[in-house]
Design a binder for this molecule. Structure first.
Ligand SMILES: Nc1ncnc2c1ncn2[C@@H]1O[C@H](COP(=O)(O)OP(=O)(O)OP(=O)(O)O)[C@@H](O)[C@H]1O
Length: 501
């Protein structure tokens, strides 16, 4: 029997109270009795490792999943309509303007039987300015940078909340943003507190949580393991609460490339494209080279140019001395280059199982005769699942039923099984929890050293680059401007270089 009920209560201080929510998917108990109270004007962070149940709780709040048991209690009679959501994928339509995107949920202004566009643009501009968003309401959303896109998604959510109060649920809003850009967003969210909005904030970025949140709830395996004030905690405390012990530190014994003798696997000279203009770099076998830079610095485009997703207008790309500049993507894959894109969804095949996704990059080697050897497929998929500690009930379930972070682990794992020379990772640990991140980099380093693979890592999280990369290059205006030897480059040094151009 479903015990869920949305009860109405009067004159209570909370914006919403969640009591004893349980939700299972088959044998997976995603939520095993979660309690949570959101208060007006306060930010409540919801933390926990990949697959602990955060998104499931958000989907229960949104009414997308019906809980197996528990209650959601709103104080006002129309409480359910005063809760707005910004999901991980933002849910914006890239080909429509900012004004159109906002009106899709808030409704269009109609005058004389037609949409009053002058009013639409005026009203959208006013709304954006109110929250400090400077983009033009006529701009296509796809042409905005990721920070402005995120802010538009938040303004769109806020537009359906009342002038005071309401509840805003944000599921990893800053996952795609560099730290400094995320600060703009955090300032915006701080200002909402004064408006009495109750905010539920999900993030794997602990610095943000420490800056923004007033209180936090930590989930582990669908259960609340901690609830309390944030002011009393530091980063180490958060890590301990999330993973149940201190984070593993850098593996001092991990093999590191000897730069003097290691031969360059990748050599890029004077490479230019749309935003990249004259980039030069080399990556040796076994080396992890990090690329940092602001959005628009050419950081992500550099990876796409090397993989052949974008055409170079000039310059050269050599892979073990062989010119691969004008090769197509399939030719690059055959030459031993792998590219894991920023956008997790473009790396997975929805509808296929976890096992099929795990082996899709090496299908050619698993086919015997006209059939695919099931035993070898299962062994290969099992290898990915074990080494990346993918949390999945079994490998036959559709990949989209895994939590976001676990989908990302499968994408990474499938590429690492191929016979690679160069691995390009664009935001590899986006959405991956703090414990799993370190494990993943340890695996990448080990595999890179054992098989002499060059690894190029583009990441907006400077802590990740500082902790794990042998060298870090700073990109600005399409060029490599500085280079630092790692690991352990201070974040302040990296930030100074990034903003110094
Ligand atoms: N529709 C579904 N069908 C089957 N299992 C599901 C479904 N949705 C979630 N699960 C499972 O429920 C558990 C909790 O997943 P959820 O997405 O809530 O985790 P999460 O804490 O949001 O993780 P992440 O940080 O990786 O986004 C996981 O084991 C996941 O595989």
């Amino acid at each position: 029997m479903v015990h869920s009920a949305i009860m109405e209560m009067e004159q209570v201080a909370h914006a919403v109270e969640v009591r004893g929510i349980r939700k299972a998917f088959g044998a997976t108990q995603a939520l095993a009795g979660v309690d949570l109270t959101l208060l007006p004007g306060r930010v409540h962070a919801l933390l926990g490792a990949n697959g602990c149940g955060k998104s499931t709780l958000v989907k229960v709040l949104a009414g997308y999943h019906v809980p197996d048991a528990g209650e959601i209690i709103f104080p006002a009679t129309d409480g359910a309509s005063h809760i707005a959501f910004v999901h991980q994928d933002l849910g914006l339509v890239a080909t429509l303007s900012v004004a159109e995107n906002l009106s899709l949920t808030a409704g269009f202004a109609i005058q004389g039987g037609r949409i009053d566009w002058d009013y639409e643009y005026f009203a959208t501009g006013k709304l954006l300015r109110k929250y400090g968003v400077t983009c033009d309401p006529r701009t296509q959303v796809g042409d905005l940078g990721p920070t402005d896109q995120t802010m538009v998604a938040i303004v769109r959510a806020l537009a359906i909340l009342p002038e005071h109060g309401g509840i805003l649920v944000l599921d990893e809003p800053t996952a795609r943003l560099p730290a400094a850009e995320a600060d703009r967003l955090i300032e915006m969210l701080q200002s909402l507190k004064a408006r009495g909005v109750a905010i539920l904030y999900i993030s794997h970025r602990l610095e943000e949580v420490l800056k923004l949140a007033d209180e936090l709830t930590v989930l582990r395996d669908g259960r609340t393991v901690h609830h309390g004030e944030v002011a009393e905690l530091d980063r180490k405390d958060l890590v301990r609460l999330i993973i149940g012990h201190d984070a593993a530190t850098m593996d001092e014994d991990a093999p590191r490339p000897d730069r003097g003798s290691a031969r360059a696997i990748l050599e890029v000279s004077e490479l230019s494209g749309y935003r990249v203009g004259g980039a030069n770099l080399e990556v040796a076998g076994g080396e992890l080279l990090g690329i940092a830079g602001l959005v628009g610095s050419g950081r992500s485009e550099l990876g796409r140019l090397i993989f052949g997703l974008q055409r170079a207008t000039s310059g050269k790309i050599l892979l073990e001395g062989r010119d691969v500049t004008d090769m197509s993507v399939p030719q690059h894959v055959r030459a031993g280059i792998a590219y894991v894109p920023q956008d997790r969804l473009s790396g997975i095949f929805k509808g296929l199982s976890v096992a099929e996704n795990a082996i899709v990059a090496e299908l050619d080697s698993l086919v015997s005769g006209l059939t695919i050897s099931e035993g070898r497929c299962n062994a290969a998929a099992g290898g990915v699942i074990r080494s990346f500690q993918v949390k999945s009930p079994d490998m036959s379930v559709p990949i989209e039923t895994l939590s976001g972070g676990n989908q990302q682990k499968v994408v990474l794992g499938k590429w690492l099984r191929r016979d690679l020379r160069l691995l390009i990772l664009d935001e590899p640990t986006q959405g991956i929890d703090v414990g799993a991140r370190t494990d993943i980099f340890h695996i990448i380093r080990k595999v890179a050293a054992e098989r002499n693979i060059a690894v190029l890592v583009m990441d907006s999280d400077l802590e990740i680059l500082s902790e794990h990369c042998d060298r870090i290059c700073i990109m600005a205006a399409g060029r490599i401007m500085n280079e630092f030897d790692g690991p352990g480059v201070p974040i302040t040094t990296l930030n100074r270089a990034i903003y110094g151009h």
